[in-house]
Design a protein around this ligand. Structure first.
Ligand code: ING
Length: 311
């Protein structure tokens, strides 16, 4: 029995600081219609898909900062995406900056949601691994102020029964940490959705750009293979106000193989038929955690923050 879902990885090209949400949403709607024409049941947009990657800009003006955040979702400018989901009968994943009052406290997160084909939000994730720094760093070629603008995500790495399978989400830097996939893998995840905004160059070293591309795919392919899950990683790419973001958006099978990939740095859709049943072989053989994983024999570091190296 197969459980195929046709998925569109909807890479976005650059979003300039001056570009409006309305302009971005219009571009996203074009990709949604392209995805529908290719039979997609799900389209995956990047991290912080509605605006430029604003954590590259230092600001002390909270109103200026908050202009990058969504106070409601859907809101007036994002409602067309939800309407298109209903009209096209297609689910979508969206990364955005979330500003919300929870239990009387104003909070800001780097967030992703899964919206079903009825236009309802059925899952929410908040980014846990926030890279970069929280104060202006003159030593850096460009700033990366996610620690300044967002709180660490407080929802953990849950999974949901959706789209005919078990779906999880993470965001950008999360994809570099094996724990991200394993926590979802231990919950039986079959499809991991993630967006990323990754500078082509390292702000602190002269790391070669080809290494950036290698590490991007290495992280996602390893996560997919070692947890026998599909992984869809989608970039915001291209030159944003003189700062280039890498592309490389990919749909990766539970075997770790790339089955579809974007080739440009612009708005581009990569599509693949993803059979969630294809996760079963790995989960029932090499990565059958119950039969083979022996955490009680790993000599794990317990609650300490880290083992001291041997004397
Ligand atoms: N961006 C980058 C990422 O993790 C980064 C930051 C790049 C960290 C390369 C380390 C190495 O892909 C975001 N937004 O997390």
């Amino acid at each position: 029995m197969s459980r195929v879902i046709t998925i569109g990885a909807a890479q976005l090209g650059p979003i300039q600081k001056a570009e409006s949400r309305a302009q971005v949403v219009a571009r996203m709607l074009v990709l949604m219609h392209q995805a529908k024409a290719k039979g997609c049941g799900l389209i995956v947009f990047p991290e912080l898909a509605l605006t430029t990657f604003f954590p590259r800009w230092y600001s002390e003006d909270q109103d200026e900062i908050d202009a990058w955040f969504e106070e409601t979702l859907p809101g007036p400018e994002t409602e067309p995406l939800f309407a298109a989901a209903r009209e096209l009968g297609m689910a979508f994943h969206l990364g955005y900056a979330e500003k919300i009052v929870e239990e009387g406290t104003l909070r800001r997160f780097n967030t992703a949601v899964l919206v079903d084909a009825g236009g309802e939000i059925v899952a929410k994730y908040r980014k846990v691994h926030l890279p970069g720094h929280d104060e202006y760093d003159p030593e850096r070629a460009h700033q990366h102020l996610e620690k300044r603008y967002f709180e660490v995500g407080n929802l953990g790495f849950p999974v949901w029964r959706a789209l005919g399978g078990i779906v999880g989400m993470c965001i950008c830097n999360d994809r570099r940490w094996p724990e991200t996939y394993r926590v979802m893998g231990l919950q039986g995840v079959e499809l991991v959705l993630l967006g990323y905004n990754t500078p082509t160059v390292n702000s602190q070293s002269d790391e070669a750009p080809h290494l950036r591309a290698f590490h991007n795919l290495l992280s996602m392919q390893a996560g997919a293979y070692q947890n026998s899950t599909w992984v869809v990683g989608v970039a915001k790419a291209g030159d944003e106000d003189g700062h280039e973001l890498m592309g490389g958006s990919a749909i990766i099978a539970p075997s770790g193989e790339i089955v579809a990939q974007c080739r440009t740095l612009g708005d581009e859709l990569a599509v693949a038929d993803c059979d969630l049943e294809a996760t079963r072989f790995g989960k029932e053989t090499i990565f059958d955690f119950a039969r083979h994983r022996r955490i009680e024999h790993y000599g794990l570091i317990t609650e300490r923050t880290g083992a001291e190296p041997p004397p």
